[in-house]
Design a protein around this ligand. Structure first.
Ligand code: ZN
Ligand code: ZN
Ligand code: ZN
Length: 108
């Protein structure tokens, strides 16, 4: 196809419909989502959206990484004996002590 620049396709109604994936950063549009994704990776790598943990303000480049990290916070205060969760460390530790006594278990 002879379309070498966006200026060349201006005036054609098809232009918008045929390139539905538009880069939010620079406005360049692409026919395929993959192409746009690649463009963002290559051209705007310094503008990666950061995913920030509410608990400790750690920054992650992807939501996947953040979700994996969040497990640290939820699992940290989970009682290994009864599975009860606590959002505060002091309460959690008191609870675990009680759980150990109740179950007649000794800490490892
Ligand atoms: Zn762009
Ligand atoms: Zn965190
Ligand atoms: Zn417990």
């Amino acid at each position: 196809m002879p379309y070498t620049s966006t200026a060349a396709v201006r005036g054609y109604d098809v232009a918008d419909d045929s390139k539905p994936y538009e880069c939010e950063t620079c406005g360049k549009s692409y026919t395929k989502r993959d192409r746009l994704k690649k463009h963002i990776e290559v051209k705007h790598t310094t503008n990666i959206q950061l995913f920030i943990c509410n608990e400790c303000s750690k920054e992650y480049c992807s939501d996947d990484d953040l979700q994996r990290h969040l497990l640290i916070h939820t699992v940290r205060y989970k009682c290994p004996y009864c599975g009860k969760r606590h959002d505060r460390r002091d309460r959690y530790e008191r609870h675990v002590q009680k759980c150990i006594q109740n179950a007649g278990l000794l800490p490892a």
